[in-house]
Write a protein that binds this ligand. Structure first.
Ligand SMILES: [Fe+2]
Length: 475
């Protein structure tokens, strides 16, 4: 290993459970990660707990050290080094989760859409760091647009990412933000991708997944702005490169995918039509179960078909909902794009409202199977909201909520509150918008299990208003 090789991104804490963690980092060159674990804050008891596979160019020198046999509900201090020398201090700490099914009060954060610009970027993560400590946040869900690979004015490479090196360089630029990095040293993260990890509002043109596309207006804007022709279309190899960069930065430290997509000999996703695999995964925190959907890699919209999740992921989701129905009183369905917030001016039709049959399938499945305690967590819209609604039979209704937090830092949509329309298909009733916020924000969810009665779930939306942080609540 050359002397100057160092940790470029991370370390961050992924895939945390009651007994397992994936410690992730990306190095500036070939190396091996060494993970150190201790129980004392001064790290005097730290021991070498594991090593990564050799990091090399196959993964952009990103890697994980998976560690098993941890104690539940226990605080650990950790460090990652690139050599076998014991480090003098910890990089951060984490607390393992309760065993699955154990009712425990806890708080977590979520949000989406980070497009930093200039030296003052990261204010939301700085504010989140304060809450992490005060509210004992157990983890954060990053719901997509963790990078804007196509935002050439902001992404650090001055072009639309067109190959694997470009996509990796965008992550290097965005994730080097010191506040983002510092927060994730100590706040375990679960991530899923939205569109901009690949390109704006992209989708497959047909079920064979051989050719993808971006909206025509993006193509026109890029052409008018004199962007080179290769930035105006989206061939298969570019999607593969983007999804590989996603895997290297967001996927490899996540809990194991429920049914992972097949890989080819180069270690990239095959993306065959018949492959039911997706990037969806699930995890638990005590008596709360989380299913993190992949709303992007299976998405097809064209003459030969139209789907958001794909049938393979649908089976996984429905199996999961049946499995957790009685054993976990709280179910959080994590979806990068909003399901309950429809907009009458939604031209891209890029959210669940563009796939109304599938949206209604989800709502009817929840209502028809009497699945109580469901909370949707969403991002994407560049405005935040809380919505409650009812589905299922009128005599025995199921109440559901959608909490949406977006963006961490991006242009917001000041008109979104005027664009809302309720869902009129009949799949839900008594829809109520509790608030809409159109400035940079993050969400905090507080979960409590009183000795008597139903679990309590409260959504706090923290938002920036003329340099001050304010808060709205629902739930
Ligand atoms: Fe976004």
């Amino acid at each position: 290993m050359p002397e100057q090789t160092q940790i470029l991104l991370g370390p961050l804490v992924g895939g945390l459970s009651h007994d397992h963690v994936n410690l992730w980092a990306r190095a500036s060159g070939p190396a091996t990660l060494h993970a150190w674990l201790g129980r004392k804050p001064d790290f005097s008891d730290a021991k070498l707990a594991g090593k990564s596979l050799p990091l090399n160019d196959a993964t952009g020198c990103a890697g994980v050290v998976p560690l098993d046999n941890l104690e539940p509900e226990t605080s650990y201090f950790y460090a990652l080094t690139l050599n076998p020398k014991p480090p003098p201090k910890a990089d951060g700490h984490f607390r393992t989760f309760p065993r699955p099914g154990q009712p425990r009060a806890f708080n977590f954060a979520f949000g989406s859409c980070f497009r930093p610009q200039g030296g003052n970027s990261g204010a939301t993560f700085r504010a989140l760091e304060t809450h992490r400590q005060e509210d004992e946040l157990r983890f954060i869900l990053l719901l997509g647009d963790q990078v804007y690979a196509d935002a050439w004015e902001y992404n650090g490479i001055a072009k639309v990412a067109a190959n694997l090196t470009d996509y990796r360089n965008v992550y290097t630029h965005v994730w080097s933000n010191p506040y983002f990095r510092a927060l994730l040293n100590n706040l375990p993260a679960f991530m899923t991708l939205d569109d901009h990890e690949v390109d704006d509002d992209w989708r497959w043109n047909d079920a064979r997944r051989r050719w993808a596309t971006i909206p025509w207006w993006d193509q026109v804007v890029r052409w008018l702005k004199g962007r080179p022709p290769e930035e105006c279309y989206l061939p298969l190899h570019r999607v593969r490169d983007a999804l590989q960069a996603y895997w290297e930065h967001q996927g490899m430290h996540a809990p194991a995918m429920t049914l992972p997509p097949e890989l080819n000999y180069a270690g990239q996703y095959k993306l065959r039509e018949q492959d039911p695999g997706s990037l969806a995964y699930s995890f638990t925190y005590g008596a709360a179960a989380f299913f993190v959907m992949d709303t992007r890699s299976m998405r097809v919209k064209g003459k030969s078909g139209k789907t958001m999740l794909g049938e393979g992921q649908w089976q996984a989701l429905e199996d999961w909902l049946r499995a957790v129905r009685d054993d976990f009183p709280l179910k959080f369905l994590v979806t990068s794009c909003s399901a309950l917030y429809s907009m009458w001016t939604d031209i891209p039709r890029d959210r669940w409202s563009g796939f109304p049959e599938e949206r209604d399938r989800l709502l009817r499945f929840i209502g028809g199977n009497d699945i109580q305690g469901v909370y949707l967590l969403a991002g994407d819209l560049h405005s935040a909201h809380a919505i409650s609604a009812e589905c299922g039979p009128r005599r025995n209704p199921v109440r559901i909520w959608e909490f949406c937090s977006t963006p961490f830092e991006q242009d917001t949509n000041p008109l979104s509150r005027w664009m809302y329309i309720p869902i009129l298909s009949g799949a839900v009733r008594r829809q109520k918008v509790h608030f809409v916020v159109t400035s940079n924000n993050f969400g905090v969810v507080r979960v409590e299990f009183p000795a008597q009665g139903q679990p309590q779930v409260r959504f706090e939306l923290h938002y920036e208003d003329k340099g001050e942080w304010k808060e709205k609540t629902a739930g």
